[in-house]
Design a protein around this ligand. Structure first.
Ligand SMILES: Nc1ncnc2c1ncn2[C@@H]1O[C@H](COP(=O)(O)OP(=O)(O)OP(=O)(O)O)[C@@H](O)[C@H]1O
Ligand SMILES: [Mg+2]
Length: 250
């Protein structure tokens, strides 16, 4: 369906909500674009689209038949339903309608020639995930988790979903790995340790990166400022660099 034959398509998924999928998808897209690649970022969290706020972009006026996506910098095109919905308006759609919507977002948005398409998914293995696999057919999936066992339980289901659909798991990103104490600089492992490594081992996939919990990341996200741009030369930039390298090797 997606005519972007030369485009590498990646889906960012997790079993659990609120673990940082959108944060990872947005920063990865920005990081890839800043390497000089043409990138598309498609928000497929139809009920809870957050990509627009995290990048602070909106649609330009478009007159043709196709929707011209929003732009972040020169090389990143972004589309999210939030850009065409009224603020606060709920999306009340059943599966078939969501399937149609995903088809349209790939066909009717003028993505142009892009090297990478990053799809941000809602948590779990529901309609959006299934339709994404049927329509977009991602080349690889990036799994996001936190070190908590409760996140791991759900993430395993998502990883088995990807396997069942013969998808490729690029690896697992551990988000909210630790917090650095602002007073003494010691690492505080808020959500425990070891669970993400265990999952990566179980599924024989790499642990791509460990992103610390950082209150500034949350505040920047709310202001449409991706951490990879606004927190340069930090461990955050370093860890995203590791994810980018794995994506480029795809
Ligand atoms: N490393 C981090 N440090 C601090 N805050 C973070 C970090 N990663 C994500 N957050 C914050 O945690 C919240 C959830 O992140 P995000 O929206 O990216 O998760 P999600 O998995 O996409 O959620 P959903 O399941 O609702 O789509 C956001 O407020 C975000 O700013
Ligand atoms: Mg999200």
């Amino acid at each position: 369906m997606l005519t972007l034959e030369k485009t590498k398509k990646l889906a960012v998924m997790s079993g659990k909500g609120g673990v940082g999928k959108t944060t990872i998808a947005v920063n990865l897209a920005v990081a890839l674009a800043s390497e000089g690649y043409q990138v598309g970022l498609l928000d497929l969290d139809l009920h809870g689209p957050n990509v627009q706020r995290m990048l602070g972009v909106s649609l330009p006026p478009s007159e043709g038949e196709k929707i011209v996506p929003a732009k972040y910098g020169e090389s990143l095109k972004v589309f999210s339903l939030a850009m065409i919905l009224q603020e606060g308006a709920p999306v009340i759609w059943r599966g078939p309608l969501k399937h149609k919507a995903i088809e349209q977002l790939t066909k009717d948005v003028d993505w142009g020639e892009i090297d990478y398409l990053i799809c941000d998914l809602p948590p779990g293995t529901g309609d959006e995930a299934l339709s994404t696999f049927q329509i977009i057919k991602p080349d690889a999936v990036i799994i996001v988790s936190t070190p908590q066992k409760v996140a791991g339980d759900d993430v395993r289901r998502t990883m088995n979903f990807v396997k069942r659909l013969n998808g490729k798991i690029l690896g697992v990103v551990e988000n909210m790995s630790y917090l650095v104490c602002p007073k003494c600089g010691e690492k505080i492992f808020l959500f425990g340790k070891g669970e993400t490594e265990k999952i990566a081992e179980e599924f024989n996939v790499p642990l791509l990166a460990r992103i610390p919990m950082d209150p500034e990341v949350a505040a920047l996200s709310d202001d449409g400022k991706p951490a990879v741009v606004y927190k340069r030369e930090t461990v955050i930039e370093e860890e995203f660099r590791k994810i980018v390298e794995k994506v480029l090797a795809l």
